[in-house]
Every structure is written in structure tokens, then in C-alpha cells.
Design a binder for this molecule. Sequence first.
Ligand SMILES: [Cu+2]
Length: 347
Amino acid sequence: MSFSRRSLLRMTGFGSSLAAATLAARGASARQAGPYGTLEHAGHAMGPVGRVSTESFDPGVFLRTWNFSDLPSEKRQRYYRETRRADGSLLREYQLFAVDREVEIAPGIFFPAWTFNGQVPGPTLRATEGDRVRVTFVNQGSHPHTIHFHGWHPPEMDGSLPEHQVMPGGQFVYEFDADPFGLHLYHCHAVPLKRHIHKGLYGAFIVDPKTPRPPADELVMLMNGFDTNFDADNEVYAVNTVGHHFMHDPIKVEVGALVRIYLINVTEFDLVNSLHLHGMFFDVFRTGTSLTSSERTDTLMLCQGERAVLETRFRYPGRFMFHAHQSEFAELGWMGAFEATGARRDT
Ligand SMILES: [Cu+2]
């Protein structure tokens, strides 16, 4: 099934006469007296009709999951193990596999993805600075793939050169120390690179400082896009893959509590992506490599591969939108909401 950007825009109801007619039928139209008489204009629907199944992947669960923490302990041990080392740091061992899989990115729209462990984005890996990370990668996909980690490591662990490609059926063990602390990224680095990344082979790699950041409600958000008709242009944009998911299912937060967002841009085909949060400001820690904020803003732009840690506290209860400040991305799915509860705090 192929969709153009225009047909997706129509589906999502922006400028849609169908959506307008539906709302008018529900009595949502408004009469306005203007210089040319009385005009009738219905409110527009926001987002597509219907919901994406969260059975195999739930963007809301992904948001607060790292090191397979969403799995029951027995199942988790298949993919993640940690062992204390003599110096007090941890050896963290991961099992990652590449597999071809269709993922639903908007109601009824399935994208033929290449995935790490069957999901897009891949599982979030999280270590503390100085830990040893060992990733056993098995390629069960139909194309050569690699895992290229951002961070300090020797060249043979880089997963980027032609000789680093892991052929279908093959495997490779990546091993390096988690360094430096910050918000990093991992992705396939086989060629053609933009195809391999865009197909879904990417994930977050968080390295915590030895003295941890203050406790917070932590959220992992990867800004991504999907080219459903292979014209090197995205038809669906999202945070964590499913367009408009957090409009239907707002992220629950507490008024006054510290909220920390690990924000990564892995959007292919567009030069930049951005996050804009309504009604408030956040502190920015670019790449998360410093504990001193460089900026307080309500809109942050990131190039592909760039990341930032954002911190804020909600002052008011209620619903706050967040979305790309490129309006087109927002309308094509990259739009969501927070739902804050608790008593209002004016500072
Ligand atoms: Cu690949």
C-alpha cells in the first residue's frame, strides 16, 4: 500500500473536507458573522481516525524502559545480564539481533522495517560511565548489518567499515567501556546508510555519570520518520514510531516533579527535527555530556544524530501539547501531549 504526503495529510484531517463534514454532522460547526455575511466553518479533527495496536510495541512503555526493564526477570535475562566487577563497575551484557519485521506506524499503515529485537526504535541500552558493555549481535535479517555505537571505542568496534559488516546468519561481539557519560545513539552503519538507518535500525544508548543525575521521571524520546512509498521523503513522523500516539495516550506526569527527557533525532531525509513544549520551558544539556545546562528554551532543534537531555517541572495541572515546530511534521504525526496532575505550583 502506498501513501503520499498529501494523502496522509488528508487522512489526518488537516484541510480535510471529510473530517469537516463529520464534525459538522456532530454539530461542532460554528457560525461567524463577517464582512461578507455569515460564514460557517467546522472545527478540524486532529490526528487520524482509529488506533494503532500496542500489543507488540507500546510507545508509552518504550518511553520508560531501558535494559529490557519491561520484561519479567526470566525473560529479561535472555537479553540482558549485569555482573559486578572487582573495581565496583558493572559488566553489562546484551543480546541484540536484527530481524525484518512489519511495524504499524499509523492506523492500518504497516512499514516493512528492519529492526533490532523486533522493535523500532531498538531497545534502549543504559550503562554507567566506566562500565564494560558487551553486545552480542546476531544478524537474522535479510541484508548485511552492523551496530555502530557513538562513544569512545577502538576502530575494530566501530561497525562502520566494509569489513565490519555482519552477513545474514552471522554474528559479532561489540565490547567497549561506557564513555563518556551522556546521551548517545546506536545504529546500523551498513550501506546505503540512509536506507539502513531509516528502515528502523537505531536506538538510544544512555551513559549515566558516576555520580548520578538527580532522581527524575525519565522519558526516552526518539524523533523518527517513515518513508512509506520509498520516494526518499517521509510520510509519517513520530516520537517513538507511532504517529499521534501521545495525543491519544498523553504522557502522565506530576506537577512539581523533575521530568527528564532523553531526546534523540534519528529522522532520515530531513535536515533537522525539533521539539516544542507548550506552556513551559526546559533546561537543555546538549549530548548530555555536561551537568551544567547551556540553555533554557521551549523549542530545540536537532540535526540527524544529535541528542539532548531536557529537564523541566510542570507548574500547572492539565494537558500540554508537544510537537515538532516544523508544522508539517506535527501534522503528519509528530505531535503529542503531557497530562500533568497535582496541585498548581506557581514557581
Ligand atoms: Cu543495516
